[in-house]
Design a protein around this ligand. Structure first.
Ligand SMILES: [Zn+2]
Length: 141
């Protein structure tokens, strides 16, 4: 059973149709059309899709901190823990949040893969905590 992060709809695995884009594998919720990320945990070349564990660990271990409209969360990149800041402009202008706490949470989760890709690129280029992500960082993603 897969669970939609936005509307909490439970979908039997057989009914989900996984698809792929440049950020990885996902299934589309039939109720709200939210893209839910999946990851392949199969071994020896077999494909075994599950809900992305990055999301689960983020939701369980790292509650989102909201400060003056910006979201902060902790994430480990290359064995080092970074604080990542997603700015209000990024959440509303790029990810379409309505600015409410729930809107920010959904926008954050629905775009987490992009957020992590951009954050990782910033870490690789030598930036340190807090890794600040603004709207301009996502123009070309
Ligand atoms: Zn849904």
């Amino acid at each position: 059973m897969w669970h939609c992060i936005r509307c909490h709809f439970n979908l039997p695995r057989d009914a989900a149709h996984p698809a792929i884009d440049c950020f990885g594998i996902y299934f589309v919720c039939p109720k709200c059309e939210c893209h839910n990320r999946l990851a392949n945990y199969g071994k020896n070349g077999r494909v075994s899709l599950q809900k992305s564990r990055v999301w689960e660990s983020l939701m369980l271990n790292a509650p989102l901190l909201r400060l003056e409209g910006d979201l902060f969360f902790q994430h480990e990149i290359r064995n080092k823990r970074f604080q990542i800041q997603v700015t209000l402009g990024c959440l509303t202008d790029v990810f379409g949040s309505d600015g409410s706490l729930e809107g920010d949470r959904i926008a954050f989760l629905a775009n987490l893969d992009q957020i992590l890709v951009v954050a990782k690129n910033k870490v690789m280029s030598g930036l340190n905590s807090p890794i600040k992500l603004s709207a301009t960082d996502f123009r070309f993603v």
